[in-house]
Write a protein that binds this ligand. Structure first.
Ligand SMILES: Nc1ncnc2c1ncn2[C@@H]1O[C@H](COP(=O)(O)OP(=O)(O)OP(=O)(O)O)[C@@H](O)[C@H]1O
Length: 650
């Protein structure tokens, strides 16, 4: 059983098409002829004249395709001329592919400045008149087909670059690319193994068109006598000869003309058929990602990160023994209207082996905080201020290479959409093995064994069979188990679980939670649980951090927090918790909605929805206070709130 990429389906699909077989056979035969003919017919290339008594003849028994203007055998010249014709095509195609594909991948994958520079270069090259450039080059290097075809390659490369870039843009948004980054795989690896195969279809079609155009240009230049000097045979030169004799012997134009036409046709058709066969393999997964959660740059400069917190605010200090401590984290997204804060002054600490729940309504900044930790903020996001200290190292200052060491090995991540976090084109085994090999440096066979062990560890029935399956052959629960196995491959000290059960049905949710609990107990890893679900918090977490409109509004030990909330938002969330609903009673809801970034109100972000709000809540930003050891609240009325709850309980 092989765990590597299996292109058999692709070949089966391609070779099942008679037209594809015909095109491949024709082009294959041409290549053989190009190699063999000049060896078998060594004298043809230098023959200046043939049978002068039989010039410009149609097909005869002695000359199956007739003779040219100098009495030379047309068939022999056609066969020997194949080499120079195909060589010209190959030269142009090599240059186009060597320039266009890497630049397109870089521009599409990295975006931003790289994209702008590459696109600008492509535009400049595109603006050059191809024919004029080739004629100039031929004036400098007379009769040099290599110079002409290399120039053509450079001029045609921007077209392929654009196609590759456009195909890369949607692929880099796929969640499995983000998952590969989270697993600590290098960018070069991700681009070559996960992105390139996905963009191969349109690239192949474009390359086939480039090859067809190069053939036409090469034969055109030979027709004009600008490359391939007489007596050397070329298809273009033979068309020119036939053209001169068109009135006397119209037949002469047909053999080279048909060879050119069939070759152009075969290249174009084969490109389309290869694309179609590839599309079968790369059919998009059923579920699409909710939004992009993939690559981006790390934060702005260190200077900004080390700025002190706004003066006059008492700020919490993380416990010195914390495995992860987020200190005053502020994240902003660059928008056309300027930088927009989406997370502001977040403090959060997670000890080794601890489980901390991060709770809050949609849009409160939970996922942005999680992705900031692993340096994979989406789009134009950046850390504006604050530190993310993991295991003693400030991740906000880490280089991309440093972050790759942390991702997967130090911190693992599982998301709520396991199906789209797996590359649909590779078997589960391949995807697990690549991460095991990356982190453990194991040989293929040992990595395979380790990957199977991981599948057993996440309690997948029949691991050998799961190993061989493609992601679409898994259920949601199985896919999440595979994603957990993958996250565990680097033996991380911290697992960030971003709503890992949201997309699963209730029984599977319980199984996944049970699995995480067991793995945590066995491995002693810490878990940061991003969730909407108080049931999960009560079930899994030691402490909970409540976020609202980009800020931490409350933090505390779970039992204490459930017993008496110290922030009106936490209280409202707990009251509206469906797990605590009383039969026949309407579930309370929090009126209004979480304000969007850029629309946060002055003072307390929650005050427009808060029953306890006073003028003081609207007047100035509210700092985090520590009402009790291990307890934090961003509310000036926390004592009133606690007293009210104790009164109600009594
Ligand atoms: N790529 C982005 N560009 C601009 N704004 C973004 C981007 N990603 C997230 N945001 C904004 O950041 C805010 C916080 O989003 P985040 O995804 O962290 O919320 P959340 O609490 O995790 O919500 P959910 O529970 O729905 O995942 C939201 O208002 C969102 O619009």
């Amino acid at each position: 059983m092989s765990d590597d990429f299996q292109p058999r389906g692709f070949y089966r699909h391609l070779l099942g098409h008679p037209l594809a077989v015909a095109c491949l056979a024709y082009l294959g035969a041409l290549i053989v002829v190009a190699i063999v003919a000049p060896i078998v017919l060594p004298g043809v290339a230098g023959t200046r004249s043939g049978d002068l008594a039989a010039i410009r003849q149609g097909p005869t028994g002695a000359h199956l395709l007739g003779t040219d203007s100098l009495g030379r055998d047309v068939l022999e010249r056609l066969l020997v001329g194949t080499r120079v014709t195909l060589l010209g095509v190959a030269q142009a195609v090599v240059v186009v592919v060597a320039l266009g594909v890497p630049l397109g991948l870089l521009a599409g994958y990295f975006g931003g400045r790289t994209d702008r520079v590459v696109t600008w270069l492509a535009d400049v090259t595109f603006a050059m008149p191809a024919i004029v450039m080739i004629l100039v080059v031929l004036a400098l290097f007379p009769q040099s087909m290599t110079a002409a075809m290399l120039t053509l390659g450079v001029i045609a490369a921007p077209g392929l670059m654009r196609v590759t870039r456009s195909a890369t843009l949607p692929v880099r948004e796929e969640l499995y690319i983000a998952a590969a980054q989270v697993a600590g795989l290098s960018r070069t690896y991700i681009i070559s193994r996960h992105v390139l195969p996905r963009v191969a279809g349109p690239v192949v079609v474009q390359v086939s068109l480039v090859a067809a155009s190069a053939l036409l240009v090469q034969t055109g230049l030979a027709f004009l006598g600008l490359v391939v000097a007489e007596p050397a045979p070329s298809w273009g030169g033979m068309v020119a000869d036939g053209f001169q004799a068109i009135t006397e012997e119209p037949w002469l134009i047909w053999p080279p003309g048909l060879a050119i036409a069939f070759t152009v046709l075969a290249l174009g058709l084969l490109g389309d058929l290869v694309r179609d066969a590839g599309t079968e393999r790369w059919a998009p997964s059923a579920r699409r990602p909710r939004r992009r959660r993939s690559a981006t740059r790390r934060s702005a400069g260190a200077a900004a990160l080390d700025q002190p917190a706004p003066a006059g605010r008492p700020v919490p200090r993380p416990a010195p023994e914390a495995l992860l401590s987020i200190e005053g984290l502020t994240v902003a997204f660059d928008t056309p209207a300027g930088a927009r804060k989406v997370v502001e002054d977040v403090w959060l600490a997670i000890g080794a082996g601890e489980t901390v729940g991060v709770v809050g309504e949609s849009g409160s900044g939970k996922t942005v905080t999680a992705t900031a930790i692993i340096g994979l903020l989406p789009g134009m996001g950046r850390i504006e201020r604050g530190r993310v200290v993991f295991d003693g190292a400030d991740l906000a200052l880490a280089t991309e290479r440093g972050m790759r060491e942390i991702r997967g090995k130090g911190i693992g991540l599982i998301s709520q959409e396991p199906m789209v976090a797996l590359n649909p084109a590779y078997r589960v085994g391949w995807q697990l093995t690549e991460v095991v090999r990356r982190h453990r440096g194991l040989a293929r066979r040992a990595a395979r064994e380790r990957a199977l062990d991981l599948l057993r560890e996440v309690q997948l029935p029949d691991p050998e069979s799961v190993f061989r399956r493609y992601p679409h052959e898994l259920s949601g629960g199985m896919a999440q188990r595979v994603a957990i196995a993958r996250a565990l491959a680097g033996e991380p000290k911290l697992l960030i679980a971003d709503e890992p059960t949201t997309a699963l049905d209730v029984t599977v949710q319980a199984e996944i939670l049970e699995l995480l609990r067991r793995l945590q107990a066995e491995r002693g890893m810490a878990i940061m649980f991003v969730t909407h679900d108080w049931g999960v918090v009560a079930d899994m977490c030691d402490r909970a951090v409540v976020m609202y409109a980009g800020q931490v509004v409350e933090e505390g030990e779970v039992t204490a927090l459930f017993h008496a909330a110290r922030h009106p938002y936490t209280k409202a969330l707990l009251d509206s918790n469906p797990h605590a609903a009383v039969d026949q009673e309407l579930l309370p809801v929090i009126s209004g909605a979480v304000p969007k970034p850029g629309q946060w109100p002055a003072g307390c972000h929650f005050h427009p929805r808060c029953p306890l709000a006073t003028d003081a809540c609207r007047a100035h930003p509210i700092p985090l206070e520590q009402p009790a050891p291990g307890r934090w609240s961003r509310c000036i009325h926390h004592q009133r709130l606690a007293a009210a709850q104790e009164g109600a309980a009594a």
